[in-house]
Structures are given as C-alpha cells and as structure tokens.
Design a protein around this ligand. Structure first.
Ligand SMILES: *[C@@H]1O[C@H](CO)[C@@H](O)[C@H](O)[C@H]1NC(C)=O
Length: 378
C-alpha cells in the first residue's frame, strides 16, 4: 500500500518536472535566470538582474526605496489618473516603481500612456491586454522595463495632452498608433510581450533612444513591425545601440524585423516565421550583425532576408553581415555587404553567449506573454 502511494507520488513529481514550460535546459539565458525560481511571485524584482544586451542589467529599477504598486482598476483617465489605474502608477509616482496587476484585465487607453523613468511594468501571472489610443510611450525617460503585456489594436491619436511625470500635464504630438514607442529614451528592456494588429507599427525606437534590449517578444499580424532610428535626417541616431534577441516574428509579418537607420543593431537567436517584403533592412549606413537566427522564407514570393535602401556608394559602406544564421525554405542573405563586420563590443554586464541557431525554435518557444501557473514555475 505504502509503496504504491510512493510510486504514485513519484510519477506525479516526474510529470511536474517534465511539464512543457518548466524545462530549464531548453531556456534561453534570460529566462533561465528567473523562470526556474518557484518563488518568483515573491521575488519579482529579481527579474531586473536577468537582462542582457545593450540595456545591461536593470538594477537601477530595484534596491532601496522601490514602491510596489498594484493595478486594481482597468479604467483610464488621461488627465486625472485615478489611484489604482495603470496610468497613475506609470506617471504619478516619484522614484522607483514596480507595477503589477491584481487580476486579468483589459485596459483601453483613452490617450497614449507615458511611462516615467525607473518604472517596471510586470504583467506576469495575469492576462493584461492594452489597446486603444497610443499605446505605450517612453518619452525622455530612462530605466524602464515592460514585461508580460498583450498590446494590440493601438490606434493613432492626434496631438493631445496627458498627465506626465511629476504630475505635470504634457502636450504630445501626433501618435501614429504603435504598440510601444521610445522617443529619446535610454536603458529600456522590453521582454516577453505579445504585440500585434496595430495601426502603424509594433515597436519604434526613435530620436536618440539608446541602450535598448528587445527580447522574448512575439510579434505577429503586422505590416511594419520594428523601426530602429527615427528618419534618414536624424543623425543623433548614429549612436543608437539595440539588441534584438529570442523574439518570434510571424506569422503574417510583412517587413521591418527590424528596419534600422544610422545606428547599430545586434539581431541574434530570433525565429522568423516568414515575411513578405523582407525581414532585416534599412537605410543610412546602419551596422547590423545578424547572428544565429532561424530564417524560414515564405513559401511564395521574396526569399531574400535583407533589404537595403540608398545609392551604390551608400550601400557599399554598410556594415551588414550574417554569422551562423540558418536559412530554410530557400531563404537567402545577400552577401554584397560592403565593408564587413561590426561587433557589438558588449561590456561585462551586457554580454551573453549567443546560442547555436539550431536551438532557436526551442529557445523562442515561450516568446510572448508567458502562461504562469499559480503554484509552479513560470
Ligand atoms: C478581455 O477581452 C477579451 C475579448 O477581447 C475577452 O475575451 C476577455 O474575457 C476580456 N478579459 C477581461 C478580464 O475582461
């Protein structure tokens, strides 16, 4: 009798350990850092130590004086945000804020949502959908974490005013309808979000934004997916450095995964489930290192991963290259790439080991918003 009970327990434990989203061995370096911790719910801020790439570790978001703020009210008042709403937590609280959500909720933004410096939005454990006007805007701010949100059906917004940091009303210009837009933002980590079906694009990094890591997100159903660099004339974006890792692009993405102007992008270990026009490209002599990605070309149409705009001289001075990428379904990566490689030159806290491209489908399997069970690992 006792033996059979033990046996049943043993089987149960084996099933728990083998449950599909709990295998540490197949997690990427960011996930491995926190998802194996069964106490992650009580130790949420540990997440900030897990980022890699150009954002570096997000340790300015944690430590002494962090205010824990829980969103309890899905409503939105852009000029007079009520306590308990996401907008109140993201704009009205001074210093370091770690925002979580009390329950599943759908938030329809009435206007774009400004996120102030030293703010972490942490949607783990619940299902939070953000839609409406805007949507998220990091404007002249630093040290921002956006984790675990579904953001979709974001619509354009004509010039308007919203409540901003330090309870000051801020006039905003036209917003095109992107899920997340960074404008002159620094040290930002965007991880495990699911982004789709927005009016303009899904993620724009513009106007001198820098030190950004975009990881573990799922981008789908979109024409223009990701823009890095404001416009051809915006020379300050020459200093821009962005890391794009462990993301899943597709299905139904057309172009800009990403489109880069001027700056530097390290695009590694991403899973590309087709494209229409192209996957990675740009203009104004950007530097792009495409490393150990898994490119599956669309069945019909354009098989070429890259797209480069500019005259011949321009194109010749690009630093655009592919290392260790895998090409399926006839995908190709044009090797007429000008003067050759540019390494990311990460410092110690940004550095990470790029995995073999053959493991990319495994490493990106849980991209987008994670399903975390209440009692187990995430
Ligand atoms: C959010 O909206 C979806 C439909 O878009 C609905 O299925 C879901 O129940 C809603 N969730 C909440 C918490 O209201």
């Amino acid at each position: 009798m006792a033996t059979s009970w033990c046996f049943t327990l043993a089987i149960f434990v084996v099933i728990l350990l083998a449950s599909p989203n709990a295998s540490l061995a197949t997690m990427n370096v960011i996930d491995k850092c926190w998802r194996g911790n069964p106490r992650w719910r009580n130790q949420r801020q540990q997440l900030a130590t897990c980022s890699v790439g150009f954002s570096g570790k997000m340790t300015n978001n944690i430590g002494k004086g962090v205010i824990r703020y829980k969103v309890t009210d899905p409503s939105d008042d852009p000029l007079n945000p009520k306590p308990g709403t996401l907008r109140h937590g993201a704009t009205m609280i001074k210093g370091k804020v770690w925002i979580t959500f009390k329950r599943n909720m759908n938030i329809t933004l009435q206007r774009p949502l400004l996120i102030s410096s030293f703010t972490a939005i942490d949607g783990r454990g619940v299902n939070v959908h953000v839609t409406g006007a805007g949507c998220l805007l990091v404007y002249q701010a630093t040290d921002v974490i956006i984790h675990g949100l579904h953001i979709h059906h974001c619509k354009s917004q004509p010039p308007s005013s919203v409540m901003g940091p330090a309870s000051k009303v801020i006039p905003l210009g036209q917003m095109d309808g992107d899920a997340i837009r960074l404008v002159t933002a620094k040290k930002v980590w965007i991880d495990h979000n699911t982004l789709y079906d927005c009016q303009d694009g899904l993620l724009d990094v513009t106007r001198g934004s820098n030190d950004v890591t975009i990881s573990n997100n799922w981008f789908r159903n979109q024409d223009k997916v990701m823009l890095l660099g404001h416009d051809d004339g915006y020379l300050r974006d020459r200093n821009m450095k962005v890391t794009v890792i462990f993301n899943h692009f597709g299905p139904n993405c057309n172009q800009r995964m990403p489109r880069v102007r001027h700056g530097y992008a390290h695009v590694a270990n991403n899973f590309y489930q087709g494209w229409e026009q192209y996957a990675i490209g740009g203009s104004m002599r950007p530097s792009i290192k495409s490393e150990a990605n898994y490119f599956i070309a669309p069945k019909l149409g354009n098989k070429e991963v890259t797209w480069r705009q500019g005259n011949r001289q321009d194109k010749a001075s690009w630093k655009f290259y592919s290392v260790g990428d895998i090409f399926e379904n006839g995908a190709s990566f044009s090797s007429q790439t000008g003067v050759g490689g540019a390494k990311p030159f990460y410092n110690q806290e940004q550095n990470f080991k790029v995995a073999d491209a053959r493991s990319v489908s495994e490493l990106t399997r849980s991209s987008g918003v994670l399903k975390c069970s209440r009692t187990l690992r995430c």
